[in-house]
Design a protein around this ligand. Sequence first.
Ligand code: SF4
Ligand code: SF4
Length: 250
Amino acid sequence: MIKLKQYKESIHKCSKCGLCQESCPVYIESGNECDTARGILILIKGIINGEVPLRRDINKYLDKCLRCGKCFDVCPSEIPIEDIIFAAKCKYLYTSLGGLKTRILQSALFKRLFSKPKKVVSEKFDTKALYFGGNFKDALKLLNANSIELLNPLEDGWGAEYILSGNIIRFRKCINEVMHLIAEFNPKFIITDIPADKFRSIIKTYGGYSPDIEIKYLGEYQGSESLVSRYFNPVYASELVKELKAKVHQ
Ligand code: SF4
Ligand code: SF4
């Protein structure tokens, strides 16, 4: 498990300058200081020092963060807020009742019993792609209708729900599978449900390297490049799929 305490020094570097405030899309919407990186760091410092209990009412501020990285871009102290929030989510997941409930819902056994297996597309097509989505319900249908052969799409996508909830064990497992499939199939494209640069940086950080393969985002940027503000636009996605096919047949 990632230890929250290891970020004590980084958190200490916050000068409270407030530069992160105006760049934070959540703060712009809510006007609540607790939603900014500065506010979250104060809460987390309290958690580390044992002054603030990490309960549901505090966890909600961690969940509100879009992990867009905009605060990091402007922070003069280069505080890795996304990593710190991930570590705090880990702590919540493994030490609270709410976290226990999430772990049960995310467990392999629960998923095996209660979720429907994803359809694997047949092998007759020639545009080979790995689709690490899972959150765009219509995406598989669309790719299938456009004769995109999907190579073994994973049950859990690339593990978005795990990184968002701090489930580091399941997340590492997912990323290992992702890296294994990339190495095994060497696909022409990787299609995903988060912006390509974000996906690339995640697999580089947790998978160890960034493959030299084109990554395409099957959604559309909607304001922020967040992990959670995904937006599936069938018209945009259809155009993207046509572009992929055209590239293959060039
Ligand atoms: S920009 Fe960085 S140093 Fe300044 S308040 Fe925000 S987190 Fe702290
Ligand atoms: S990562 Fe984005 S949403 Fe989260 S605190 Fe920073 S600017 Fe705000």
